[in-house]
Ligand binder design. Structure first.
Ligand SMILES: CN1CCN(C(=O)c2ccc(Nc3nc(-c4cccc(NC(=O)c5ccc(C(C)(C)C)cc5)c4)cn4ccnc34)cc2)CC1
Length: 295
């Protein structure tokens, strides 16, 4: 470092780097739920900023690797990504602090609002387009999500939808989740190359995105049909049965009430070969043109 760096002015004294959050600046409020890593709570940062705080249960993640990666993650900024504000890594458990999304996960939102959503194909398509925009940004930055699904997207005010927990899957220590044979591995969102070789890429994110679209549009059933909102893909099939179907190229059927053109687009995500699937970039354009026709 040049001599002037060594004489950094006292005001820069804070030993923390900008991705390090001082826990004294955090006020923890009610619990929002718990996930793979333990409890998540709503909080207030510096008295005024609404945040969500993931309190990482010991032994659930490789913490040092994650803290290193957090520096990169805080730089990923887009209106359709849940912003990582920083981490509290100086004591245990470590806290992951992100922007707060008041309506919770997209999956629960779809299930809670099926009545108003199922007759609103435009709103369902708009939600998919928002996720696509966030994913196109990650794709542009060569950042792979590895667990894109409606449960890992969040809903804020005015029906804003954002992609959450991108890249976090790499730090989970539970091999029931990380290995494709594990009971917690998201089989129903995984393409053949991930099932066979755990080969993740932005094109495996595209496959998962197609399943996310299917989750969203199973909300779009017509009034007189039994509501199948935010349905579980492949219903009650066992994971081994789903793997067999996916290997044979059997894909999810068109959700009732889903527009034919939308299903045609969804199907493009499920090409057996990753190179034959569209990128999120050109997907965004296709979805925008369909939404023009639908409006
Ligand atoms: C009127 N309704 C009342 C009920 N309701 C809520 O209780 C509710 C409201 C807001 C919520 N918001 C958030 N909830 C969460 C949240 C809550 C519980 C669990 C989790 N998820 C996790 O802990 C988690 C997710 C993924 C992963 C891997 C690595 C596997 C991909 C690991 C861990 C997130 C995170 N957030 C980040 C920003 N905003 C939120 C969550 C729930 C929604 C509104």
């Amino acid at each position: 470092t040049s001599p002037c760096d060594r004489q950094a002015p006292a005001t820069a004294g804070l030993s923390h780097d900008k991705w390090e959050i001082d826990p004294h600046e955090l006020m923890l409020l009610e619990e929002l739920g718990s996930g793979q890593f333990g409890v998540v709570r709503r909080g207030r940062w510096r008295g005024s900023i609404d945040v969500a705080v993931k309190m990482m249960k010991e032994g659930t993640m490789s913490e040092d690797d994650f803290i290193e990666e957090a520096k990169v993650m805080t730089k990923l900024q887009h209106t359709n990504l849940v912003q990582l504000y920083g981490v509290c890594s100086k004591n245990r458990p470590i806290f992951i602090v992100t922007e707060y999304m008041r309506h919770g996960s997209l999956l629960n939102y779809l299930r809670r609002h099926k009545q108003s959503l199922n007759s609103n194909q435009d709103l369902l398509l708009d939600m998919c387009i928002q996720v696509c925009k966030g994913m196109a940004y990650l794709e542009r930055h060569n950042y792979i999500h590895r667990d894109l699904a409606a449960r890992n997207c969040l809903v804020g005010s005015e029906n804003t939808v954002k992609v959450a927990d991108f890249g976090l899957a790499r730090y989970v220590l539970d091999d029931q989740y990380t290995s494709s044979g594990g009971t917690k591995f998201p089989i129903k969102w995984a393409p053949p190359e991930v099932l066979n070789y755990t080969r993740f890429s932005s094109k495996s994110d595209v496959w998962a995105y197609g399943v996310l679209m299917w989750e969203v549009f199973t909300c779009g059933v017509l009034m007189w049909e039994v509501f199948t909102c935010g349905e579980m893909p492949y219903g009650r099939l066992k994971n081994s049965e789903v793997v067999e179907k996916v290997q044979k190229g059997i894909i999810l059927e068109k959700p009732k009430g889903c527009d034919k053109e939308v299903y045609e687009i969804m199907k493009k995500c499920w090409h057996a070969l990753p190179e034959n699937r569209p990128s999120f970039r050109n997907f965004k354009e296709q979805l925008a043109s369909v939404s023009q026709k639908l409006l």
